[in-house]
Write a protein that binds this ligand. Structure first.
Ligand code: ATP
Ligand code: MG
Length: 411
């Protein structure tokens, strides 16, 4: 029997089933803080309760299962069959691997979390899935920041990674705005390497059926950095000469931008059919050049090409990377940059190879190697303009609990 309810818009009832006393305590502490949420905590194993667990009127059901046990997975399948499309079920597991992810996906659980689960992650997951079927229909309208290379090796990946970290940490210590860094250089991307992560995006798997790409599948294809930064990156296929169906890429971008507050794109040099949409959809568009005359020339040409192709919508601004201010040599000075690039010149990022190399080799942000370094300081000015920080602050002043309530109450 499938129950198939629609969201009850007046109340927020969270049903949590767990046999783990520690998890139960954490859940109690998390949800009892809010009078807007009615918590029904059921203790026991799903294998014993899948047919009897009262999910009627629940806004979200959270089940803590041992994914390593066949009877628990079977019980979850039974529960999912009974629940149907509503309420959404969030699975919490101790063990987790590709098979578990795949199975949870096939069962259409709304989300899953791996223990130890931070209370904030649990609330976020519940808030997200409680938005109702097709929760993505209410896009969060991410702030999108795109880095485009003027020449190879200019530092696009380095600056994109650092900017994503800056945005992630822009909400202060308590609330990190959800932030996703997307490596669109499918052929030679290095985002995953720079952050020492396993790339998990498999476009070939999505390509035959782009409509399958929903929030759940996206979750499987995300990698998470220890900082909390979400990363979409594909394993490198250096010898493969192929481009992907633009629909798949556009769908991926839509999904990412409706599920995160901040999105940062690391763009390839090649212009693909989906490039226009990325540039048009960006709130900030940075062209990264190195500090050489040809680099500046390419940057200038790229600015002109973008304006000609896409009109005044995107506002490309040039960042000149690896800049060294020298008093007495014949190298480029700041004045030369402004003169060559005109209005498009935005900023010069200092050269500090030792620092950047150490950060890359250790897979950590620059600030971790050298807090208060000049590269991060300069980038902060660029990515956190007043408008952007205002949004972050707004998000911060609304507690997640209220968001959860709001997302259900519709107001
Ligand atoms: N501000 C900087 N100071 C010193 N070195 C830097 C700086 N930014 C980047 N680098 C170095 O420049 C090299 C290229 O950087 P990165 O990989 O970020 O460039 P990219 O534009 O993404 O390159 P690709 O064209 O290969 O994608 C790296 O070795 C990196 O350490
Ligand atoms: Mg790169």
């Amino acid at each position: 029997m499938r129950i198939g309810r629609t969201p009850d818009t007046n109340r927020t009832r969270v049903v949590v089933l767990t046999a783990d006393a520690e998890f139960a305590n954490s859940v109690r502490a998390t949800f009892s803080a809010s009078s807007a949420i009615e918590l029904a905590l059921v203790s026991g194993r799903l294998a014993e309760q899948s047919d009897t667990l009262d999910v009627a009127d629940a806004t979200v059901v959270v089940v803590d299962i041992d994914a390593g046990l066949a009877d628990e997975m079977t019980a979850l399948a039974r529960l999912m069959a009974r629940v149907g499309t509503w309420p959404p079920v969030v699975a919490v597991t101790q063990t987790f691997d590709e098979n578990v992810a795949r199975t949870l996906l096939q069962m259409r659980t709304a989300d899953f979390l791996v223990k130890p689960v931070e209370p904030i992650d649990l609330v976020r997951a519940c808030a997200r899935v409680a938005k109702g079927p097709g929760g993505g229909a209410e896009p969060t309208d991410a702030k999108i920041c795109t880095f485009l290379p003027a020449v190879g090796g200019a530092g696009v990946t380095t600056l994109a990674v650092q900017s994503a970290m800056i945005l992630l940490n822009s909400g202060g210590l308590r609330t990190k705005p959800s932030t996703c860094l997307v490596d669109l250089d499918f052929q030679h991307g290095s985002v995953a390497d720079y952050l020492d992560l396993e790339p998990r995006l498999n476009l070939a798997e999505i390509e035959p059926r782009p409509d399958r790409l929903d929030r759940q599948l996206l979750e499987v294809m995300l990698s998470y950095h220890a900082s909390g930064l979400a990363v979409v990156a594909a394993p490198n296929r250096p010898a493969e000469m192929r481009s992907f169906d633009p629909d798949v890429v556009t769908r991926l971008l839509d999904l990412v931008s409706s599920n995160f507050e901040y999105v940062v794109f690391d763009m390839p040099r090649t212009w693909f059919s989906w490039t226009d949409s990325v540039l048009l959809g960006s709130n900030k568009l940075f062209i990264v050049s190195e500090t050489t005359v040809p680099g500046l020339r390419h940057a200038k040409q790229l600015v002109a090409a973008i304006k000609e192709r896409l009109g005044d919508g995107p506002n490309p601004q040039v960042i000149v990377n690896r800049f060294t201010q020298r008093m007495f040599d014949s190298g480029l000075r700041r004045g030369d940059l402004a003169q060559t690039l005109g209005d498009a010149f935005l900023s010069a990022i200092p050269n500090d190879y030792a620092l950047v190399r150490e950060a890359i080799d250790r897979g950590v942000p620059l600030d971790e190697v050298k807090p208060g370094n000049k590269i991060t300081a300069e980038l902060k000015k660029l990515v956190l303009d007043p408008a952007a920080s205002k949004t972050a602050a707004d998000g911060q002043t609304m507690p997640l609990m209220r968001k959860l309530k709001l997302s259900v109450g519709g107001g």
